[in-house]
Design a protein around this ligand. Structure first.
Ligand code: SAM
Length: 421
């Protein structure tokens, strides 16, 4: 039987001149290690060396060497903060002081399956890509500080299943880098479009993906915090209860609701679901970008997201860092709340846009917060199940009405699909 071809056939020959003594020593060493010949011994040495180099590269010293201070520079300064243009790893390893940061508030490039203009990393390699940042965050964060990462989910290319990349990242940060998971939050964007249209609107086998995970982590189990800083207005029923009094009783869940429940604390403790529509399409930032023909950042988070964590976890004068600054939303919120701050960003274009948030000076944060969203209980829409059979193939094929033949007449245009519910 013919031998199978090696994946990487060894077709190159190199002459190696050795003294007689060297050759004897190499052969003896090879034999000692159970290797067949001098060639194998040299390959073995190379692997040992490469492994050592790799291990050194992922130490603090290695990172400091790999990401020199020269790879980042000042772009703009304000009363409380600075925008740095360049690689955040240079800031983390060579500019920031160790244990100097009270809050890292950030949204890294997501491991989306489709490359977007801000350069998403492939989901599978995401954790490896993130490692130097994880090490850098550990270096700069105070023991009392927090690391907050807003991260969107991703679909596996071509099928209606989800990537695990953001969960893997969380597990890596906790298990390998020693961060504590203080509490996961979920940012619900009520204005999110029903995408991917193919699974949600065409084949109808998945629902709208409308939450981002927000991992709140810390170096110790006890970062500073106070939820009284982020209370939400009482609901109508709670207001009624506070006004008219409450009869203490045991709840069906077994919780004993005492008289204390009717004390007005100025608001109720919010849940870890943050309802923030990301609809802002006009404003100084957007106007500036349009007027100057600068790309508007495609993955901005709404200012209420960093505001919530900044108020919850930092005091005025504390130091907030956003290593993946984008259009500097974090910087603008920190400036308005009088926290010291640094935003790093690789793309000059995003910074040219983001600078408008601070010139001539930062705008105060919006006071009006009266938008409330209804969340219907599951299955609130009455229907007859018999009229709506399940897709037994799980969406493996498009419904017959949408295949090529009938497509021209029946398939909605992409835009219609996005807006139909
Ligand atoms: C999801 S966006 C952040 C958007 C930002 N939160 C906002 O609201 O505008 C991630 C940003 O990280 C930037 N980025 C990626 N790698 C970086 C690095 N090594 N150093 C600095 N910025 C980086 C990308 O250019 C992108 O703008």
């Amino acid at each position: 039987m013919a031998r199978p071809r090696a994946e990487h056939p060894r077709t190159k020959v190199t002459n190696l001149r050795l003294t007689e003594q060297e050759r004897d020593e190499f052969e003896a060493k090879a034999a000692e290690l159970g290797l067949k010949n001098v060639s194998e011994y040299i390959r073995f040495l190379h692997d040992v060396f490469a492994e050592k180099e790799q291990a050194e590269a992922t130490t603090l010293a290695g990172y400091r060497k790999a990401y020199p201070a020269s790879q980042i520079r000042n772009f703009h300064s304000t009363k409380h903060g600075e925008i740095l243009w360049g690689d955040a790893r240079s800031f983390l390893f060579n500019k920031a002081k160790p244990e100097s940061v009270d809050l890292i508030m950030t949204s890294p490039p997501f491991g989306l399956v489709r490359k977007k203009s801000y350069g998403n990393e492939d989901a599978d390699q995401y954790c490896d890509w993130f490692r130097p940042f994880a090490e850098g965050f550990k270096r700069v964060l105070k023991d009392s500080g927090s690391l907050v990462i807003d991260i969107g989910g991703a679909w596996v290319p071509g099928q209606p299943t989800r990537s695990l990349y953001h969960f893997k990242l969380l597990i890596m940060l906790v298990e390998e880098y020693g961060f504590h998971l203080c509490q996961e939050h979920y940012w619900w964007n009520p204005s999110k479009l029903p995408t991917p249209a193919e699974w949600v609107n065409v084949r109808r086998v998945r629902v709208k993906d409308a939450v981002n995970c927000v991992w709140w982590l810390s170096k110790t189990p006890y970062p500073k915090a106070n939820n009284k800083r982020i209370l939400q207005p009482y609901s109508k029923s709670m207001k009624h209860l506070l006004k008219n009094g409450y009869v203490a009783k045991l709840r069906p869940s077994g919780h004993d609701i005492s008289e204390k429940f009717s004390k007005d604390n100025g608001g109720s403790v919010p849940p870890n679901l943050l309802a923030i529509a990301n609809t802002e399409s006009n404003g100084r930032y957007q106007d500036h970008c349009r007027n100057e023909n600068i790309a508007i950042h495609p993955a901005r988070f709404p200012s209420a997201l960093p505001e919530y964590f900044m108020r919850f976890l930092t005091d005025p004068g504390d130091y907030v860092v956003d290593p993946f600054g984008g259009s500097c939303v974090t910087g603008a919120v920190a400036e308005a709340l009088e926290r010291k701050w640094t935003c790093c960003e690789l793309s000059e274009e995003y910074l040219l846009g983001g600078k408008a948030r601070f010139v001539p000076e930062v705008q105060p944060l919006e006071k009006k917060r009266d938008v409330a969203y209804d969340i219907a209980p599951p299955c609130a829409q009455p229907l007859n199940e018999a009229d709506i059979p399940l897709f037994e193939d799980g969406g493996a094929k498009r419904p017959a009405s949408l295949t090529k033949k009938s497509k021209a007449s029946s398939e909605p245009k992409a835009q219609d699909r996005l807006s139909a519910s």
